[in-house]
Write a protein that binds this ligand. Structure first.
Ligand code: HAM
Length: 421
């Protein structure tokens, strides 16, 4: 009989210990930082009607054209695994009438996203984002607040060597003039642009700026800068944002070449990059999307948000920050049958108090149990045999410095709780 080999799908990963501790750390720090800015968690579904994504992200974006996991369900509906969180959160904001609550409404979410991209280092088909979205405030103060919140989050994780790229891509008023400039700029090079960009040329020339094909990238040399085409409203908004970032001490680089791969953005866009990653160097990205709520049928509501890429942040943490992973508080090395029964009770009691207790196997020699405690990097080893049961006193050893001593059986919990605090 041939044995089947089961493998995770390409671009999908298992996240295992000890890496999982870094994931938990990122999530915990993000929750803490976001909460201090008044953001509250929401959990939209992982699957939505396909049209939630197509119109908002944009028909001509790579995500919608090439990367969506789209299926027909048993009710003959077109549904898609979410490629990002913003569209779902906006759908929820409008559907649940969250705009009737006092502004601004601030939310965060965490979970898997799906894009059928070509997997490579830092790029997966299932990846995780922690994202935030703030609704109902069009002031550049909110942009600065959100960007500074991201800065604090990364700093609290120990990630300081990152660049905050900021840009403004204008609004419905100034974008058409910029599109005209692009049409003029690319007109002579249509034979060189890839077939996708030829289509984009007539549907949405801005997307040519986001194409990853080499010859299209080459064609972009000297392309007009969006920041030179901003209307006075967008110019003032952007200049105010920059001055607020300076006020809050956020270092930034204005990067007019930075285009985002999603159509819903207006005005501010930003991307945090790191030189300590490979080609996929964006660890977080976001921007303002003042028209999206209206497009989903809600009232005109400005909004801004970002999403951090968990895999890339964890990779950066692994490469640049030292970590201590959790280890057992105690390993109970057991000699004899009576002690085996009693140590089960002791371990159970310790676990009930929130201590990590590992139990040795009385069938193994004390030496081999000590070796196992060492392998697990247990903080303490307690030795429990018939003699210890009779006397009510246990021998302890601290593995980090080999200090040792004796303790009454009744004091174990106290002893461990004090030394782990
Ligand atoms: P995005 O730039 O598409 O924006 O993704 C945000 C972040 O998710 C990226 O900077 C990257 O760290 C991570 N990411 C994206 N694709 C992958 C992938 N295939 N593998 C690993 N990591 C990936 C958005 O998704 C917007 N919804 C952000 C936003 C929120 N804008 C406003 N609010």
């Amino acid at each position: 009989m041939s044995s089947l080999q089961y493998k995770a799908l390409k671009g999908m990963q298992d996240i295992l210990p000890p890496d999982i501790y870094l994931w938990q750390k990122v999530e915990a720090v993000a929750r803490e930082v976001f909460s201090s800015y008044g953001f509250q968690e929401i959990r939209p579904p992982v699957v939505e009607s396909t049209n939630v994504f197509t119109r908002s992200i944009g028909e001509n974006t790579d995500i919608v054209e090439k990367e969506m996991y789209t299926f027909t369900d048993k009710g003959d509906r077109s549904i898609s695994l979410r490629p990002e969180g913003t569209a779902s959160v906006v759908r929820c904001y409008v559907e649940k009438n969250l705009h009737t609550l006092p502004s601004p409404q601030k939310f965060y979410y965490a979970g898997p996203m799906f894009r059928y991209e070509r997997p490579q280092s830092g790029r997966f088909r299932q990846f995780y984002q922690i994202g935030v979205e703030a609704f109902g405030d069009d002031s550049p103060r909110m942009d600065a607040e959100v960007i500074s919140m991201l800065r604090h989050c990364l700093e609290r994780l120990g990630l300081k060597e990152v660049t905050f790229n900021v840009n403004s891509i204008g609004c419905a008023e100034c974008r058409p003039a910029y599109k005209e400039k692009l049409i003029e700029f690319f007109a002579g090079g249509l034979d060189t642009l890839c077939p996708d960009c030829n289509r984009r040329y007539s549907s949405n020339p801005l997307r040519i700026l986001d194409c990853k094909v080499e010859r299209c990238k080459d064609m972009r040399q000297g392309v007009p800068k969006v920041t030179d085409s901003l209307c006075s409203g967008c110019r003032t908004h952007f200049d105010s944002l920059l001055s607020f970032l300076e006020l809050l001490g956020v270092s930034y680089t204005v990067n007019p070449d930075m285009v985002r791969g999603l159509d819903y953005y207006t005005r501010t866009t930003f991307e945090v990059t790191s030189e300590n990653l490979g080609a996929q160097n964006a660890v977080a990205a976001g921007g303002r999307y003042d028209r999206l709520v209206k497009e989903f049928g809600g009232p005109e509501t400005p909004a801004i948000g970002f999403a951090m890429g968990m895999e890339r942040i964890v990779e950066l943490l692994k490469n640049t920050v030292a970590h201590a992973f959790p280890t057992p508080d105690v390993f109970l090395a057991v000699i004899g049958d009576m002690a085996a029964r009693e140590s089960m009770v002791i371990a159970d009691r310790l676990r009930g108090k929130g201590l990590w207790a590992e139990l040795g196997d009385s069938g193994n020699s004390l030496k081999s149990q000590m070796r196992k405690a060492d392998r697990l990097s247990s903080k303490y080893v307690f030795i429990i045999g018939d003699d210890e049961l009779k006397s009510g006193r246990l021998k302890w050893k601290k593995l980090s410095d080999s200090s040792h001593g004796e303790i009454s059986m009744f004091e174990i919990t106290d002893f461990l709780q004090k030394s782990s605090s």
